[in-house]
Design a protein around this ligand. Structure first.
Ligand code: BG6
Length: 476
């Protein structure tokens, strides 16, 4: 596919663009990864000229991109132009189209990092002025709706203007190097795959803990909650990558075919298999922080924590629970996947306690892969004393000297080049929502409201009980 000649960024003055998108593009440019002709047309509602927007971008890069990665910032800023646009009225789109065509007639890549409530109007505006023509592709930032019905509405509106091969739905977790490494570990080595099934794996844990609270998006978060903010997208993508069958090739069609099969095989969550929580004030990361209601300024039933015991109903995963948990104001920021293997079927070491092997894949902030093994304790005592030891690989050490890229660097580059492998296909998003909607309606039917937990803890005690009932403890 031809690389896009113009990148159009909607929501260019917004938080994501300032913190991630512009710094990522600048970093790509610094490494010579943006082709020479690429122009970046930035749009947002505020009136300003190119110079004023470049100042804003310069500031954002100064703040959010470490100095050694910046390269020639002025040369990068020279690629940027600005067009004020009210997404809900048609006029702006024609001015935008003129600007884009001024720069040439090559393919256009469009990235919508605006409120999803503007998606439908924006797509219509783009279609009306013909900016969806030729090889134009469109990137959509999450959230893609708030349930299956609303996500279908968005997807239908998108489909009316852009064929699916040109729709790039973002889940920024797929842009993380460490998440891609999961695929490399599973399918680039022979030793995991034969053991990667119900016969050898007892359970899987996926944790995404965050120490932050509401940050600056109280209203959005309160309407969303942890289930829709984190589980529907990031955690289900991680689960799909852990559970999927071997794709025939590493390309968009094959990888996404395998992921969607997993998402469709998710069993509806039964009563008692999910726990929700909301944080109260407490000590978190060394300081005293207010509770959710206080931060929000009103009472609310929105969950800031969720734990779920999930099941993938297929041959490979029969009877293997997937314990998922995510929350705000957890004791630490950590994303990790734990593969708990089964014990050896029979121990020949009388008296020695054998612990089953465990593989822990650290996604962030530590990128390490740890496999626990049983080893002989040195010494001359009678019999054999064994102890669990870690085989620990720190990815930054093992791959030292190689730059870890921000998720959006990968994703923006792939959008520009038209590679969909790390983007979410319509059927995936809809399978994700279908599963999430059933969980929410169950909560509703059961009148389930979040249990409280003090900030700085791993959720309410019921979340610990959810795993402990099965004799499982959450990995610390
Ligand atoms: C976003 C959520 O999608 O992911 C945020 O909306 C969350 O609430 C963020 O904080 C976490 O991303 P990361 O990359 O910091 O793990």
């Amino acid at each position: 596919k031809a690389a896009a000649e113009t990148l159009v960024l909607f929501g260019a003055t917004g938080d994501l663009a300032q913190r991630m998108l512009l710094p990522s593009l600048c970093a790509l440019d610094a490494d010579g990864l943006l082709h020479e002709q690429l122009r970046i047309v930035c749009t947002a509602r505020s009136e300003m000229d190119d110079a004023a927007f470049r100042n804003l971008a310069r500031e954002a890069i100064g703040k959010f991109l470490p100095e050694p990665r910046r390269g020639d910032v002025e040369a990068f800023l020279g690629r940027l132009t600005y067009q004020a646009l009210d997404a809900t009225t048609p006029e702006g789109y024609h001015a935008l189209a003129d600007k884009v065509r001024q720069d040439g007639n090559g393919d256009v890549a469009i990235f919508l990092s605006t409120a999803p409530s503007l998606f439908e109007a924006t797509i219509k505006g783009l279609a009306d002025c013909g900016l969806n023509g030729n090889g134009a592709r469109i990137g959509l930032e999450k959230p893609l709706g708030h349930d299956l019905a609303s996500s279908r509405d968005i997807n239908d509106a998108v489909a009316a203007a852009f064929p699916e091969e040109r729709v790039f739905r973002i889940d920024h977790y797929l842009g993380k190097e460490t998440v891609q490494n999961l695929i490399a570990l599973r399918f680039g080595n022979i030793m995991f795959e034969p053991l990667w099934n119900a016969q050898h794996i007892e359970h899987v844990q996926i944790t995404v803990g965050e120490t932050v609270g509401l940050e600056s998006r109280a209203e959005f978060y309160d309407q969303t909650g942890a289930l829709r903010d984190m589980v529907q997208n990031h955690m289900l993508q991680l689960l799909a990558l852990v559970a999927m069958e071997l794709p025939v090739t590493f390309d968009a069609g094959a990888v996404r075919d395998e992921k969607v099969k997993v998402l469709r095989a998710l069993r509806p969550v039964a009563a008692g298999e999910s726990v929700t929580g909301q944080y109260r004030g407490g000590a978190s990361s060394g300081k005293i922080v207010p509770g959710y209601d206080e931060e929000l300024g009103k009472d609310s039933d929105t969950e800031t924590f969720v734990a779920i015991k999930a099941h993938v109903d297929n041959w490979r995963w029969k009877g293997v629970p997937f314990y998922l948990r995510t929350g705000k104001r957890m004791p630490e920021r950590v994303t990790e996947i734990v593969i708990q293997f089964r014990p050896v079927p029979h121990s020949i070491f009388a008296g020695a306690k054998l612990k089953a092997n465990r593989l822990v894949i650290g996604i962030q902030p530590e990128e390490d892969v740890t496999l626990t093994l049983m080893a002989k304790v040195p010494g001359l005592g009678q019999g054999m004393a064994l102890r669990e030891i870690p085989l620990d690989i720190s990815m930054p050490d093992a791959l030292s000297g190689l730059e870890r890229r921000m998720a959006y660097e990968r994703l923006l580059l792939d959008l520009i080049h038209g590679d969909q492998t790390l983007f979410v296909r319509r059927d995936e998003v809809e399978a994700q929502w279908a599963w999430i909607d059933r969980i929410r309606s169950r909560w509703h039917e059961e009148g389930l409201t979040p249990k409280t937990y003090s900030a700085g803890n791993w959720g309410p005690s019921a979340a610990i009980a959810l795993a402990e009932r099965d004799g499982v403890s959450w990995h610390e």
